[in-house]
Design a protein around this ligand. Structure first.
Ligand SMILES: [Zn+2]
Length: 247
């Protein structure tokens, strides 16, 4: 009898032009996704970032009033490294983002402004797999993104958006969830990996507060390690994994 092989991840769909990544915090996309985003923008695709918060509760030694603007600057610089110039903040409060109609409406509005075919978010489940507990903001934002991809197409759920001139957008075909413990698809990380490291390093103040390790070694070690482990299920190439939901 042959041993069962590890199920391989499928390549991500390629037949799209516009993506919108919607996550809770500055740095959420840099911890894994940015290599895929670099490859997509290289191929001429448009990607925008929307952050539910400014990550103002993310650095213990820095009060939110100082931390928010600093992390916003770091996020804009980090997006620019992978070819993303549109970075918006929805101004929900870091650490206590609430899942509910207000969050769904703000995300649906962003989806209508950007009209993406692909929406990207971060793991919305309780854990990262096993016993590694997720944070409440990721759970709230991830769930709201999956729901808002549908809300964006319905004119009657948030009629105030139509009054603001934001017509329904029914063109979201997929929502890709990064950081999922049950991924289905992947993107080759090799062409974008160096820029992904540079992109994560733009969050320097955050990383310096987080670890005693040298930021360069920390960023490279984290991203190459994650990409190599996904690669075991993607033909041995370093890769970024997503759980892909159809709409
Ligand atoms: Zn986060």
């Amino acid at each position: 009898m042959t041993e069962p092989t590890t199920p391989q991840l499928q390549p991500m769909p390629e037949d799209w032009q516009r993506a919108l990544a919607v996550v809770a915090h500055p740095d959420d996309l840099e911890y894994g996704c940015a290599a895929a985003i670099a490859a997509w923008t290289d191929a001429g695709r448009k990607v925008g970032y929307v952050l539910a918060t400014r990550g103002e509760a993310g650095i213990d030694t820095l009060a939110p009033a100082e931390c928010g603007p600093l992390r916003e600057r770091e996020q804009r610089a980090s997006a620019a490294v992978v070819g993303v110039s549109s970075v918006e903040f929805l101004d929900h409060r870091d650490g206590v983002v609430e899942y509910g109609p207000a969050l769904r409406r703000d995300i649906a509005a962003a989806i209508r402004r950007h009209r993406p075919e692909l929406v990207i978010t971060l793991n919305h489940r309780d854990t990262w797999g096993g016993v590694a507990w997720n944070t409440p903001d990721h759970v709230a934002v991830g769930r709201a993104v999956l729901d808002a991809a549908g809300d964006a197409g319905n004119r009657w759920i948030f009629p105030e958006l139509v009054e603001q001139g934001l017509q329904p957008w029914n063109g979201v075909r997929w929502v890709a969830v990064a950081g999922s413990a049950t991924p289905t698809h992947a993107v080759d990380a090799s062409p974008g990996l160096e820029r992904a490291v540079a992109s994560l390093l733009e969050h320097r103040a955050y990383i310096e507060a987080l670890t005693d390790e040298a930021p360069e070694a920390y960023a490279r070690g984290f991203l190459t390690g994650t990409a190599a482990s996904v690669g075991e299920r993607f033909g041995g190439r370093p890769a970024v994994a997503f759980e892909l939901f159809n709409r």
